[in-house]
Design a protein around this ligand. Structure first.
Ligand code: F6P
Ligand code: MG
Length: 477
């Protein structure tokens, strides 16, 4: 197994972002879950009062659900207490769901080096473990098994993205009349490709696990689309392989290639992923099929689960999902309907597929919810490695995927991207689109990084800078 020559980020460095995360951000995320379950229990109590005598079995069921909900709340409160005091990470209880043995085996090996506490464990392991543990709290209860405590938050956030979504739908509609012209005009396609890739990139700026420090106006600003907004933000792309990825894609014409999308967040970001995938399939001759890879259980607050994937299509098709907005016109409503109906049609025909719907897809998808860097994917998840090796391009969205690609270790910034992704380099053509929300960053000009550091710019973690990193399938070709 590959081992990097640098140590992982962990909260022992009290000036680092991981320290901040354990001290401030995780407790906020846990408190939000407690508040959410509390609200649900309150509603259930009111419901019991209404149905009390008329429906005894309903009353009994609600009472049991309330008792179990209270147990979940006290487990999460206990976890907060233990986290704040640097207690040890306990084994994930056997809840009949995926990866219990794998998480516990990693924990056992951390124990051997006394790194099995909240402030000493590698940040990457501890953060993944946290979401697996939360899963177990819900799974162990009859009435809460499989419950997604972030689903309301994800949906509310999505509802706030209406303005940008309608604007993008109209832009895509305008493209339709130029479709035939575009197919033969490679220069124009390149310009469009760059607009699309940037829209998809900046779609990653607005995930929910970061909302603890981005204001609503910051988010709205990051969602602004269109040429000028993108040009203004292009200086913030600190590694820019857009040209290289386009040169590669152009070699794929009319070969029926498959695109794999390793998804990140639901809501606006998933919408931008769909638009990018749609652009590549509908307007270019380079890809004929797209497979989207979700997470099997709720993950880093806002990541896409299979349920979110399905809900996204139905929400977008519902004319009342987004609250009325002064910029929404009947035309833009129709443009959105038209575009998303095409996506639905692609899903029905298998042109767009969720990875869990392909044979062996469930097994293949487990890996994304694991605690591991991606370096050793071919050993740890051979069926996934095998699948991706047949892809025309694998797009890794978002910050956590980037952290896992580079192993979340303290690489110097000038480390070449292929070095940082270890033995995975060359396994398949790979594109990472990431806005920077954690310390690890490679492939960047040392001088640029130094200048930003000297200005006190939090370029690694603020979410306002980004990296576009591409590697062809076989390097040194
Ligand atoms: O600190 C922000 C954070 O929670 C990181 O820990 C994590 O890498 C990231 O957000 C998740 O971001 P994304 O949704 O882009 O993967
Ligand atoms: Mg995410």
């Amino acid at each position: 197994m590959f081992q990097a020559p640098y140590p992982p980020y962990d909260p022992t460095d009290t000036s680092g972002f991981s320290y901040d995360t354990v001290v401030k951000r995780w407790p906020i995320i846990l408190t939000n879950i407690i508040d959410h379950v509390h609200r649900l229990l309150h509603d259930m109590t009111l419901e019991i009062q209404q149905v009390r005598d008329s429906d005894v079995s309903k009353t009994e069921e609600l009472s049991k659900k309330i008792t179990e909900g209270q147990e979940i709340i006290s487990e999460i409160s206990r976890l907060k207490y233990r986290m704040a005091r640097d207690h040890d990470l306990e084994n994930i209880p056997q809840d009949g769901d995926i990866l219990v043995a794998e998480y516990n085996a990693e924990l056992e090996s951390l124990k051997q080096t006394s790194r099995d506490t909240w402030f000493r464990a590698p940040w990457l392991y501890a953060e993944c473990y946290l979401y697996r543990l939360i899963r177990a709290y819900f799974n162990q209860r009859t009435y809460w098994r499989g419950y997604d405590p972030f689903s309301t938050q994800k949906e509310e956030m999505f509802k706030n993205s209406g303005a940008a979504i309608y604007q993008i739908a109209t832009t895509m509609h305008e493209l339709e009349s130029e479709k035939v012209k575009l197919q033969g005009d490679s220069d124009k396609l390149e310009v469009l490709f760059k607009e699309m890739i940037q829209m998809c990139l900046w779609g990653n700026a607005t995930d929910l696990s970061l909302l603890t420090h981005l204001s609503p106006s910051d988010i709205e600003h990051l969602q602004t689309v269109g040429k000028e907004a993108q040009e203004a933000r292009s200086d913030f792309i600190l590694k820019d392989d857009q040209g290289a990825v386009w040169s590669y894609i152009k070699t794929l014409a009319n070969q029926g290639k498959r695109l794999d999308f390793v998804l990140d967040n639901a809501g606006f970001e998933l919408f931008t992923d769909f638009v990018f995938a749609d652009f590549l399939v509908t307007y270019t001759p380079y890809f004929s099929q797209v497979v989207f890879h979700p997470k099997l259980f709720p993950w880093f607050v806002s990541d896409v689960t299979p349920t979110d994937f399905a809900n996204t299509i139905s929400s977008l098709l519902s004319p009342t999902f987004f609250p009325p907005n002064p910029t929404t016109t009947p035309d833009s409503l129709a443009h959105l309907q038209h575009m998303v109906t095409r996506w639905k049609d692609y899903i029905d025909k298998g042109i767009f597929t969720l990875a869990t719907d392909i044979s062996n897809g469930q097994k293949m998808t487990e890996f994304w919810n694991g605690p591991w860097p991606y370096w050793n994917m071919n050993e740890l998840a051979p069926e996934l490695g095998q699948w991706l090796s047949g892809s025309g391009l694998v797009i890794f969205k978002g910050d956590l995927n980037y952290r896992k690609l580079a192993g979340d270790v303290k690489w110097p910034v000038s480390t070449p991207f292929p070095t940082a992704i270890g033995p995975l380099a060359g396994s398949f053509p790979l594109l990472s689109l990431r806005t920077n929300k954690a310390d690890v960053a490679v492939g960047i000009d040392e001088k640029v990084a130094e200048n930003l550091d000297n200005k006190g710019d939090k370029w690694r973690t603020s979410g306002k800078y980004a990296l576009v990193s591409f590697l062809p399938g076989r390097i040194n070709q």
